[in-house]
Design a protein around this ligand. Structure first.
Ligand code: NZQ
Ligand code: ZN
Length: 385
């Protein structure tokens, strides 16, 4: 197992009625910038609930709304400007991963003199940030408990992830009921995203991280059990609660500490989103089984066998290669069952930019589970058409 420094500093309030603990942000200062997206929080009542607590706590609230799915650098710049003008003490994100990611980089950019895009290109440049609090409304990215943010510059077709200890949320409210209103599409995409975060660390080169692998399997099984339940019955508390906690645990470091590996499918998906503005989880659902098929070899077949037996319950006597292939098939069929797209064509992506997207990653996926060149990525994209 590799060395690691454990740091998961976010205080999580999980469960029904936990929004009352938003009052705690009064300890961080008086002026709050509330950041949210296109209005789902107004329709489902979360905005009113949060506003009531903020008001009772005597906080001064300023608002920045309209954060896009795949949040834009322009919104970050606007938020950072507001922070300076209004003397903001804490940035509060209410929404899904896009809103939380945007709030994180606003918080960092508010304490940075240069171009906010610098912080997206290089997380090392984040040397300070306002505290970030989050009210999560969509189980997917894990942004509520991690130090990452993904920001897009659509003009340049760039969607980049950045990371820093500084932007880990100080506190997060996780009330599963707030996710009852999430659409079928986003519930499915969120489930695929959580699973992908696990795959990115489950398929590691580290051989002796036994404990991490078993924890990964627990999170995967949770998604496989509860994703379909939440789709069928959006108000099922048990399903929403399990998915919500899975979202946080998948990427907060617990599964990857000691078993780190560079990620494969996420960078490939980010190119798709950067060029076509597609839903992150849709892109992952398309690419994941194709990537699995591509990296399956004599070297990796053992890991896929383990995946097949432990996750899909395939009989260990069926033979290594047979189990491995069946496991990949099951993964594809599971995403299909959730109603997720299976091909790039279904989300409006053709041949036109494949080469450009693939070669943007050339030389960047060398420390992944199976190293991938630009040519490999191009083949994966083509196989996904
Ligand atoms: O904008 P609003 O009106 O709030 O609607 C959103 C949006 O349209 C809606 N929604 C959210 N909560 C809802 C709801 N609708 C009804 N009821 C609710 N309770 O869902 C839509 C999608 O929201 P978004 O925040 O974009 O989704 P998600 O949480 O999947 O975030 C995706 C972004 O996070 C990045 C992705 O690349 C993408 O940009 N990621 C961030 C990561 C991180 N910080 O660690 C890691 C991930 O791998 C990922 O890359
Ligand atoms: Zn993701």
């Amino acid at each position: 197992m590799q060395n690691f420094n454990y740091s998961i500093p976010t205080k999580v309030y999980f469960g029904k009625g936990q929004i009352r603990n938003l009052a705690e942000i009064a300890r961080m200062g008086k002026n709050v910038l509330m950041v949210y997206g296109g209005g789902s929080i107004k329709r489902n009542g979360v905005y009113d609930k949060a506003s009531a607590v903020l008001q009772e706590s005597g906080l001064r609230v300023f608002e920045l709304s309209g954060v896009d799915p795949n949040p834009r650098i322009e919104t970050v710049a606007l938020g950072a400007k507001l922070c300076r003008e209004k003397n903001i003490d804490v940035v509060l994100a209410i929404g899904g991963g896009s809103t939380i990611d945007c709030a994180k980089i606003i918080a960092a950019a508010a304490r940075y003199d240069g171009d906010p895009w610098d912080l997206v290109i290089d997380g090392e440049k984040i040397k300070d940030a306002l505290p970030v609090a989050a009210v999560l409304t969509l189980a997917a990215t894990g942004s509520e408990m991690d130090g990452f943010a993904v920001i897009s510059d659509m003009e340049k077709n760039d969607k980049l992830d950045t990371g820093s200890e500084w932007i880990k949320p100080t506190l997060s409210i996780l009330d599963p009921k707030f996710t009852y209103s999430v659409s079928r599409k986003q519930t499915a995409a969120g489930t695929a995203d959580i699973m992908s975060h696990v795959f990115e660390v489950y398929f590691t080169r580290e051989k002796d991280a036994y404990l991490q692998a078993r924890m990964c399997e627990a999170v995967l099984k949770t998604c496989i059990k509860y994703g379909p339940v939440a789709l069928e019955n959006p108000d099922n508390y048990e399903a929403r609660a399990n998915l919500m906690w899975a979202s946080s645990l998948a990427i907060n470091g617990l599964l990857s500490y000691g078993a780190e590996v560079e990620w494969s499918v996420h960078p490939m998906e980010h190119e798709l989103s950067a060029f076509y503005d597609i839903t992150h989880g849709d892109g992952l659902a398309i690419l994941t089984p194709v990537w699995m098929e591509y990296v399956l070899s004599d070297k990796t077949v053992g890991k896929f066998e383990e995946f097949g037996v432990n996750i899909w319950g395939i009989d260990p006597d069926e033979g290594t290669w047979h189990i491995a292939k069946k496991a990949i098939r099951n993964t594809r069929e599971f995403f299909q069952k959730l109603g997720l797209p299976q091909t790039l064509g279904e989300v409006g992506i053709g041949e036109e930019n494949l080469e450009k997207m693939a070669y943007k990653l050339d030389g960047k996926l060398t420390d992944t589970y199976v190293p991938l060149s630009g040519a490999d990525v191009l083949e994966i994209y083509r196989n996904a058409l």
